[in-house]
Write a protein that binds this ligand. Sequence first.
Ligand code: ZN
Length: 458
Amino acid sequence: MFDLVIANGTLVTAEATVQADLGLSNGRVAAVGKRLVGLETIDATGLWVLPGALDEHVHLQMPLGDVRSSDDFYSGTVAAACGGTTTIVDFAEPKPDQTLVEAQAARRAEAEGKVVIDYGLHMTLSRADDETLAQIPASIKAGSASFKMYMAYDRLRLDDGGLLRALAALREHGGRPLIHAENHHAILYLTALALREGRTGPENHPLTRPAVMEAEAIHRLLALAHVTGTPLVLAHLSCALGLEEVRAARARGQTVWVETCPQYLLLDEKEYRRPGFEAAKFVMAPPPRTAADRAALWAGLAASEINTVATDHCPFFYETDKMRGRDDFSRIPGGAPGIETRLTLLYTHGVRAGRLSPQRWVEVCCTEPARRFGLWPRKGTLAVGSDADVVIFDPERQVTLSYATLHQNVDYCPYEGWEVQGYPTTVLSRGDVIALNGEFVGQAGRGRFLSSRPLPGR
Ligand SMILES: [Zn+2]
């Protein structure tokens, strides 16, 4: 007798789609089979049953100068849960006087008492001196085996020498690099040029971060990783030119995994032609590109050239935070909301549009992110022994997306008014029902910290 049986549903995993019951006990998947009997039963007739989705790239309550992203660890994870995401990976960003492990502990203290789903933390490496790199094994031991590095942003970025040293150290210890690739100097030059010419509006943002310079940074990054022999994950790929650089690196034998985001698959440069200051809602880095880039990313996702879809969720209020850049687009805080809408958008525009099979959809949203960050098979699948993180999904349910009904703590939605078909009806985390018909029914602080494993074979 199981604690709970999800009966008569269609189980969709990365491997297969089958008619089966799911038996859950003690917060784990206990059986997959027919006619299972539980103390409680959820009838999933006509519904799909998936592993909970994993979003490996979110920024909750992230300080950015004197503002911070508007979702905290409570509101952001409630929104995630309502949208079918049962695990997030956020970031620990060491202050100048903190060790890596101290920064992780401080970030965990911010999440404790608030976070409603399980979570992991990438460690940000914004310094690559010997003292910092010597702390990599301690960070891995503390549970942060994935390391974020930036090639742009003054206070965060590593130069080529720093990247080389960091990549070499990560290879030695099995750390998992996750890298933001853009050309810092081109951004500075193009931003200064625009402002000098009196071009101060938000429509100038994408012009300062051209696709060719993202591809340049990806090329340089992959050449550096070739020197050190380090496998890596490329964050938020936005353009076809960048994908070509990935293909070239793989052709010479490198291991590169690629993440993209719904905004690069679904939005493009036309958002920057909106009237007034509206384009500020889409100020994010890299910027959404062209329709041709979107098509290349969809094809790459279907062909497994692109491995995961994460959100880079980093919301700022339009009426207050984004307005700071009213007279100077370079002062608009960069980022947009998305933590709640990923699964349904990828279903509607991926599966229903015939671009992705149901299995591939689950793979890019749930399974592969768990593999990339050392959390699989505890997360990302429905194998016996996996955590009972489950999404019961109605493939026919129609919803109109709006900031007014979504749970993200922000005053706009990049997909405002979009119709989606297919939405979670019930979401479970470790066997607990935490979201029901789009409303959160769980407890604050119930989420647990997840340690990620380093890459094997070191
Ligand atoms: Zn990010």
